[in-house]
Design a protein around this ligand. Structure first.
Ligand code: NAX
Ligand code: K
Length: 516
């Protein structure tokens, strides 16, 4: 499913109204009606009768408010009495919203002009629900004045809130929320999903999100870019050409499914390498070799019988050093993909080691965990010359902050925008992990993964993802396919593993592997 920024939505609106010729008032009528439909659906889901319902419809000054006025009319006609709550004096509405205002005036719908109220909304608790039609994609900055106090009142009312297009107080592009921001039960998003609804905390403020057709053709006009695509089975096929139900070719053999090499693990974090290697096998690569410090090897014998182990001289201390790069590159010559980083540790000569792999590996390279820390510390992204092969970085927000020279908060403030800029600037495929992982291709295309479960925030979960992505590359997927499909499967496996446990907090990264 495609998503757009506020600016792109305005462009689509303009194109639809001016080039195609569908009048704005028609779009607004359809929008308000769709919102009313969804309110009725919500009520009927809860108590399969509209009896006793009384809703407030909060009306802003712009077209979002206009949608709310149409919605109020349709709710009334459906049998749910409404009271309009104007954030501004009704005569301040303009354009299509003013047309709608005159209609509700003619219908004499009950109204409160909140702007004039000294105190809050009278007997808020006598109502049963609220439609938030205060601010939509025209929001500029944090809700001000009357808008802010209405949002605070609505949020503290305890009543279910249905947001028109987006929750008021949400940044429609990034998913950041202003203070205050409507906390909705349901968001009825109009025409196209807005980017901010795909990222936390916006995704939480929105509640359930439904995208409703309002007459705007559901394809983007030629030349008009969207902001990205949400990964679903359909979009994995239509956008990424993946046969999500892909089964193995009957005549396949081990070599057909590729050979993954992992340079991972160190004495205090040997498990990370094991998790990544096992995940790669579970994710379907034909063969996997784990290059690890020699002194760890005896302890790993038989841990995963299917896994090949390659000892790297470590002087008996269970750590890596710069000389290890030659051996890794020698092993890579007979393998298809290199994943470096899980449990690697930090060590003297780390920059030389990673630079040798970055500049010497003629195969797709997945860089994760400590290898990302080394890359950031050495400034490798700008200083080193990568071989002409795919490069995938899989940072969590903290690692992304170090790579981009930002704070973690700054990374989380605009995950989609940052990921897109970073991937295109450095010519890499970026997987910015965290709830709703963002996969950004070097050509600027962005995907958001919505599978996953909070229980997956556990040590080793990232190592498992690295193994999955490496296995997808080994099976012939390109960097973007491997990253997107890998994240999708990782999240799906995590959901299934969590569902199988009485308390999802007890989930272990290993459970995700078993669920693959
Ligand atoms: N024909 C169209 O353009 C359509 C627009 N649609 C609706 O129209 C919305 C966009 O409408 P607009 O562009 O008029 O803008 P909005 O209705 O989102 O709000 C903008 C108005 O709110 C005020 N405002 C902005 N930021 C504020 C803040 N931080 N605090 C207080 N007041 C603030 C401004 O005075 C402005 O008039 C969409 O979200 C959607 O709901 C949909 O009906 C689709 C069709
Ligand atoms: K709204």
């Amino acid at each position: 499913m495609e998503f757009v920024t506020a600016e792109q939505m305005r462009e689509v609106d303009r194109y639809t109204i001016q080039e195609i010729g569908i009048p704005a008032i028609v779009l607004m009528e359809n929008a308000g009606r769709a919102i009313a439909d969804e309110v009725v659906r919500l009520v009927m889901q809860r108590k399969d009768s509209l009896a006793g319902e009384r809703w407030l419809v909060l009306i802003g000054k712009g077209n979002n408010g206009g949608d709310g006025l149409v919605c109020a009319r349709h709710l009334t006609d459906a049998g749910i009495p409404v009271t309009l709550v104007y954030a501004v004096a009704p005569d301040q509405l303009g354009g299509e919203a003013a047309v709608q205002q005159r209609i509700v005036e003619a219908l004499d719908l009950p109204r409160i002009v909140y702007a004039d109220e000294a105190e809050g909304i009278p007997d808020m608790r006598s109502y049963t629900g609220i439609v938030d039609a205060l601010l939509g994609t025209g929001t500029k900055g944090a809700p001000r004045g009357v808008y802010a106090s209405l949002i605070v009142e609505a949020n503290s009312s305890g009543l279910p809130i249905v947001a028109a297009d987006i929750p008021s107080g949400l940044d429609a592009d990034t998913g950041a929320v202003y203070d205050p921001c409507t906390q909705a039960e349901l968001t009825v998003c109009l025409a196209f999903l807005k980017a901010g609804l795909t990222q936390y905390p916006g995704a939480k403020a929105a509640g359930e999100v439904v995208v409703r057709y309002i007459g705007i053709p559901p394809w983007l006009p030629a030349g008009l870019e969207g902001a990205g695509v949400v990964l679903t089975e359909e979009s994995l096929e239509s956008e990424l050409g993946l046969d999500a139900g892909r089964c193995r070719a009957p005549d396949g053999h081990k070599g057909t499914y590729g050979h993954v090499l992992l340079a991972a693990g160190s004495l205090p974090m040997s498990g990370a390498g094991l998790l990544a290697a096992k995940a790669a096998l579970r994710a379907g690569c034909g063969l996997a070799t784990w290059a690890l410090p020699a002194s760890l090897l005896p302890h790993m014998l038989g841990a995963v019988p299917e896994l090949m182990l390659a000892p790297i001289a470590d002087g008996g201390i269970g750590a890596w050093d710069s000389a290890a790069a030659d051996e890794v590159l020698r092993l890579l010559a007979a393998r298809d993909v290199l994943a470096v980083g899980p449990g690697l540790g930090r060590f003297p000569g780390e920059a030389e080691f990673l630079r040798a792999l970055w500049e010497g590996a003629p195969r797709p390279l997945v860089v994760d965990a400590d290898a990302l820390g080394i890359l950031a510390a050495a400034g490798g992204l700008t200083a080193w010359k990568r071989r002409d092969a795919a490069t995938i970085l899989t940072p969590h927000p903290g690692e992304m902050a170090r790579l981009a020279g930002l704070t973690t908060a700054e990374v989380q403030r605009d995950r989609i925008g940052l990921a897109r800029r970073f991937a295109t600037e450095h010519g890499v495929t970026l997987v910015l992990k965290g709830a709703r992982s963002v996969i950004a291709a070097s050509d600027g295309q962005v995907y958001v993964n919505v599978t996953g479960h909070p229980g997956m925030a556990t040590g080793g979960s990232g190592d498992v993802l690295t193994g999955i992505i490496a296995a997808m590359l080994a099976q012939g997927l390109d960097a973007v396919q491997a990253s997107a499909f890998g994240a999708y499967l990782h999240g799906l496996a995590g959901e299934q593993a969590a569902a199988a446990r009485s308390n999802p907090a007890s989930l272990l990264a290993g459970d995700i592997i078993e669920a693959l």
